[in-house]
Design a protein around this ligand. Structure first.
Ligand code: NAP
Ligand code: MG
Length: 390
């Protein structure tokens, strides 16, 4: 390698997997260069979370990062790790620093059939990670309450006059955030050479969803020539129509979604493709910085068994694909053909290992392939089996 990628180590079972993946699958084949940050909860606490901000800055500098899953602190972790305070989610911090959009794509293997039989290719979900109900303001209302939406000094609109008890909320978004989301989606579609789909409910929410539609349309005009040259399409439909067309599709496109739609649909799509442990995730900033990770968490329950000395069978596929994704991107940016070849071979080896019947326990009940009886192996044995195929 001629340039480093930013390596962000994490917590629990995925931290254990991380070291095994490096030791068995990467370091024997690649002269790995990384700019290393330990984002474990312990180190975030020791550095007053400065390490997370430093890692985000490093991604802006080196343009590619690979991140292990990390614990998001909560009340229980405060006690478990004797924390100074409840540190915010590192993913939230990095996402805010990069102004990024998260794309989630399943790893598709033969033998693990999507619940939707027509889905032959992966569907990548792009979720707008700002605003809407995630930054809303809510009130419970009482009989007789009259709720209005007010812009100070400018005017107001009546929301509802309550005869009985009820609830109300206000939410917002910004043109800047929507535009950077749109731009990240168009860039990603170009990079993947896949169509981009987007849907809202602009027939009902004429101003709010209408604004999202309009900004996407404006950005789509900026990309029209590049899309034409790549022979890909931008396609807008109402969200409900979009959902039914996605179910009937063969996959193989980017599905851009509003914040809430993306939250809901990413879990549906992950489950429909088989397992959360096969879902990869990449954060892309509008100016072209990339951070790769697994979509799942630190697999706490497996880790507690691991430290008791019990053998675990934890799926490392999404973590391995985070590494291969980061190394492929690095190869592209530094024009490193042999690194690119290695990353492709690594992904092929993972897929072959599963397709020939060797897999972790989570996949066994999902696997159906004529002539092959799936064999459940331990976390480490799976990684070793992949290494043997390299
Ligand atoms: P999780 O770690 O994704 O695990 C939830 C369950 O899903 C596991 O108990 C396991 O089910 C199954 N699972 C997930 N990944 C798997 C894998 N690779 N192989 C096999 N099974 C897998 O979610 P969580 O338990 O809600 O969260 C644990 C910690 O992760 C939390 O501290 C949370 O804050 C953090 N988290 C981090 C990220 C991130 O860094 N991106 C994302 C989500 C959560 P069984 O127990 O049934 O085997
Ligand atoms: Mg969710």
């Amino acid at each position: 390698m001629t340039a480093p990628v930013v390596e962000m180590q994490g917590d629990e079972m995925t931290r254990v997997i991380w070291d095994w993946v490096k030791e068995l699958l990467i370091e024997p084949f690649v002269d790995l260069k990384t700019d290393f940050y330990d984002l474990s909860l312990t180190n975030r606490d020791q550095t007053d979370d400065a390490v997370t901000f430093a890692a985000a800055e490093a991604i802006k500098k080196h343009r590619v990062g690979v991140k292990c899953a990390t614990i998001t602190a909560n009340v229980q972790r405060l006690d478990e790790y004797k924390l100074k305070q409840m540190w915010p989610s590192p993913n939230g911090t990095i996402r805010a620093a990069l102004d990024g959009t998260v794309f989630r794509e399943p790893v598709v293997v033969k033998g693990i059939k999507p619940f939707i039989p027509g889905w032959k290719k992966p569907i990548t979900i792009a979720r707008h990670a700002y605003g809407d109900v995630y930054k809303d303001v809510e009130f419970e209302t009482a009989p007789g309450d009259e709720v209005a939406l007010v812009i100070k000094g400018k005017g107001e609109k009546t929301v509802h006059k309550f005869a009985g008890a009820g609830v109300t909320l206000a939410m917002h978004n910004t043109d800047a955030s929507i535009a950077s989301f749109a731009k990240a989606c168009f860039e990603y579609a170009l990079a993947k050479k896949q169509d981009l789909w987007f849907g809202t409910k602009d027939t009902i929410s004429k101003l709010y969803d209408g604004r999202l539609k309009a900004i996407f349309e404006r950005v789509s005009a900026e990309y029209a020539d590049k899309f034409k040259a790549a022979d890909i399409w931008y396609d807008y439909t109402l969200i409900d129509d979009s959902v039914s067309r996605v179910i009937k599709s063969g996959g193989g496109f980017i599905w851009a979604l509003k914040n809430y739609d993306g939250d809901v649909m990413s879990d549906m799509v992950a489950t429909a493709y088989g397992s959360l442990a096969m879902m990869t995730s990449v954060l892309v900033s509008p100016d072209g910085n990339y951070e790769y990770e697994a979509a799942h968490g630190t697999v706490t329950k497996h880790y507690y068994n691991h430290i008791k000395g019990m053998e675990t069978s934890t799926n490392s596929v999404a973590t391995i694909f985070a590494w291969s994704g980061g190394l492929k991107k690095s190869a592209e940016l530094t024009r490193n053909k042999s690194l690119e070849k290695y990353a492709v071979a690594l992904e092929r080896a993972v897929i072959d290992t599963i397709e020939r019947g060797t897999m972790t326990g989570d996949l066994v009940p999902l696997f159906v392939r004529r002539g092959i009886t799936p064999v459940k192996v331990s976390t480490k044995a799976f990684i070793k089996a992949v290494a043997e195929r390299m």
